[in-house]
Design a protein around this ligand. Sequence first.
Ligand code: SF4
Length: 142
Amino acid sequence: MSDKDWYSKGLRFSCQGSGHCCANHGEYSYVYLTDDEVEGLARELQLSSTEFRERWCTLEEGWTVLRMDEPNCPFLTEERRCSVYPARPKQCSTWPFWTENLREQHWEKVVKALCPGAGQGRLFSPEEIERIAAENDANYDA
Ligand code: SF4
């Protein structure tokens, strides 16, 4: 059996607006940013890239990462919405179909526990899921 067979009929996901994926908790606390994403976010906030980096970023093992506040990302509003949605990083827009999440035990135990939208709503085909995961990987490999 291939390690992809468990999602051969696809996986369901519809955002329920919980904001849990935008919270500061353990391994999901890092939102990695490419230079293009820094520029896009800076434009969205009408800042220069330098100002954006100074105010909103830290460095983590050579990567620029979004400064994650407690208990949430600083861009999560009280209404549990992303205030930089049009420029949100690829990592955010591709959740929960990340390569690291496409393991059955991890999906069932970790992703579903974190995200009330995982397993709900729209059915994504295996091809769509893998396209989204590859898009996310490619963004950070570039
Ligand atoms: S940038 Fe937006 S979508 Fe990404 S973690 Fe922050 S609030 Fe959530």
